[in-house]
Design a protein around this ligand. Structure first.
Ligand SMILES: [Zn+2]
Length: 223
């Protein structure tokens, strides 16, 4: 019962944290019966959710590397919205032209998810970023890098394969088919909504461990 005498002091402390709209009047002790006190919440309020680092911000912060040795970001052609199958679908990937045998580099550090072959993509790699928010798909490879395996942790710029024409790529046009997808449903991790990677490719393709690998290509000035 004695703690009820503290109520006026508590009222002052609470009011002090509120915006001062008008001067506080004199405090008159209020006699409150215990039965009139409001019930405290049954549980502590949930902590405020941490600010979500959006996928887009995340991908920008990853500063992806052009996944073909020697190719600068500004040289990657916009093939994302090209029609395919007579307009039945859009490409939703980038075709990066390069000589057969050019090293294919990991666009980000992460993990190799699958090494697999299919009719369209030929020899392919699925890999992911460190937080497994995105899946990177590399297709039409001539062959894999030596020692690559599913589950391998890879560094950004690590050589993972070589440009080729396997699958349905024209035999006279070696290129890397590079697709980025959001990993939304792990049960269909290969089939997430695609993202145009071009705005996120900021680093020159340079094998990890070479002096060029740390060169970040700055954005051109906006005009
Ligand atoms: Zn393609």
């Amino acid at each position: 019962m004695r703690w009820l005498h503290l109520l006026p002091a508590l009222a002052v402390a609470t009011a002090a944290c509120s915006p001062a709209i008008r001067p506080l009047g004199p405090i008159t002790p209020v006699r409150v019966h215990e039965s009139e006190l409001p019930e405290p919440p049954a549980e502590s309020p949930p902590p405020a959710a941490p600010l979500a680092f959006s996928d887009e911000e995340y991908l920008r912060a990853r500063s992806l590397m052009v996944p073909v040795d020697g190719v600068r970001p500004e040289k990657v052609a916009d093939t994302y919205w090209q029609d395919r199958d007579g307009g039945a679908r859009t490409h939703q990937a980038l075709d990066i032209l390069a000589a057969r045998g050019t090293p294919v580099l990991s666009a980000d550090s992460g993990t190799v998810l699958r090494l697999t072959k299919n009719t369209l993509g030929g020899i392919t790699i699925y890999a992911t970023d460190p937080e497994r928010r995105f899946v990177f798909y590399y297709a039409h490879l001539d062959h894999y890098a030596k020692g690559l395996y599913e589950g391998k942790l890879i560094a950004q710029g690590e050589v993972i394969g070589y440009v080729g024409t396997t699958g349905n790529a024209p035999k006279n046009t070696p290129h890397l088919h590079f697709q980025v997808m959001r990993l939304v449903d792990v049960r269909q991790w290969w089939n997430g909504p695609p993202v145009d990677p071009r705005p996120f490719l900021t680093q020159l393709g340079a094998p990890a461990g070479t002096s060029r690998s740390t060169a970040v290509v700055p954005d051109p000035p906006r005009r």
